[in-house]
Design a protein around this ligand. Structure first.
Ligand SMILES: [Cu+2]
Length: 153
């Protein structure tokens, strides 16, 4: 019994003294995206490498309240009908303008931001080259041009 306790103690010390693990992987590349009261992003194209880890940081630089001028970043799977997504999103106020039925089409997304707020999402860029639409799903914003393309190559 005493030997068992001693072994446990040694094991516990061994676990506690393991240095914190450091990862060789580089930090995600950060892309700063803004949204304004004119329903526009500052970037309509984001270039990326296949499979890279990207952090999209979205800041609302407008002054209108979130309930009237919320913004988000929603990246859609290749081949998704962005207009249909935006239409469905406009009806999905109860779920912060994210249509539940179309969630499988979303590759990455942030929550909604209001004036001065910043949110971010970190995700793995698709391995397949091509153009992936991102948009703000707040009602009317896609139609007003709040969209862009993640160009993977
Ligand atoms: Cu918006």
């Amino acid at each position: 019994m005493r030997i068992h306790s001693f072994v446990c103690l040694v094991a516990a010390i061994a676990v506690l003294s393991v240095p914190s693990i450091t990862y060789a992987q580089a930090k995600p590349r950060v892309v700063d995206l803004t949204g304004n009261d004119q329903m526009k992003y500052n970037l309509t194209t984001i270039a990326a490498k296949p499979g890279e880890t990207l952090t999209v940081r979205l800041k609302s630089i407008g002054t209108l309240p979130k309930i009237a001028m919320g913004h988000n970043f929603v990246l859609l799977a290749k081949g998704t009908d962005a207009a249909a997504f935006a239409n469905a999103a406009a009806m999905a106020g109860a779920t912060a303008y994210i249509p539940a039925a179309m969630k499988p089409k979303i590759l990455a997304m942030t929550t909604l931001v209001g004036p001065g707020e910043t949110v971010q999402v970190t995700f793995k860029v698709p391995a397949t080259a091509g153009s992936y639409t991102y948009l703000c799903s707040f009602p009317g914003h896609f139609l007003a041009g709040m969209k862009g393309a993640l160009v993977v190559k």
